[in-house]
Each structure stands twice: as structure tokens, then as C-alpha cells.
Write a protein that binds this ligand. Structure first.
Ligand code: SF4
Ligand code: SF4
Length: 61
């Protein structure tokens, strides 16, 4: 799962443009990643200039 630190995001759209699967949904004030479409290729994590995105392991609870 790609984690989104929404408070840091300035909605610049860079991550959307580098996603090969069109998994990122961006509007003026929200950013969402479709966990089904996303292949965790890490393109968006590397491309985000503000380090909003990160990959975190899913913890079993
Ligand atoms: S690249 Fe980073 S700052 Fe820009 S819209 Fe994506 S998550 Fe937000
Ligand atoms: S990790 Fe890759 S597939 Fe998933 S949202 Fe980011 S760029 Fe798209």
C-alpha cells in the first residue's frame, strides 16, 4: 500500500503524470490511490517533490 501524507501534498499532479496505470485520482483538494490498480511500482513515491508518498508494509492485525 502506498501511504499518502495528505497534509503535505500541494496537489501539483506530478505523481499522476508518472503513474503507468492511471491509479492516482487527483482533484483540487484530494488525492487518492486505487489500491487495486496500483502495482506499487514506486514511480509516484520517487517523483513526488514533497515526499508525500511512501510505501509502508501492511501490518496484519
Ligand atoms: S506529486 Fe506529491 S505533492 Fe504533487 S500531487 Fe502528487 S503527492 Fe501531491
Ligand atoms: S506506485 Fe506506481 S502504480 Fe501505484 S500509484 Fe504510484 S505510480 Fe501508480
Amino acid at each position: 500500500m502506498i501511504q499518502i501524507d495528505k497534509y503535505k501534498c500541494d496537489f501539483c499532479g506530478t505523481c499522476v503524470s508518472v503513474c503507468p496505470h492511471d491509479a492516482i485520482e487527483l482533484s483540487e483538494t484530494t488525492l487518492e490511490i486505487d489500491p487495486v490498480t496500483c502495482t506499487e511500482c514506486m514511480n509516484c513515491v520517487k517523483a513526488c517533490p514533497l515526499h508525500v508518498l511512501s510505501e509502508e508494509p501492511v501490518h496484519a492485525e
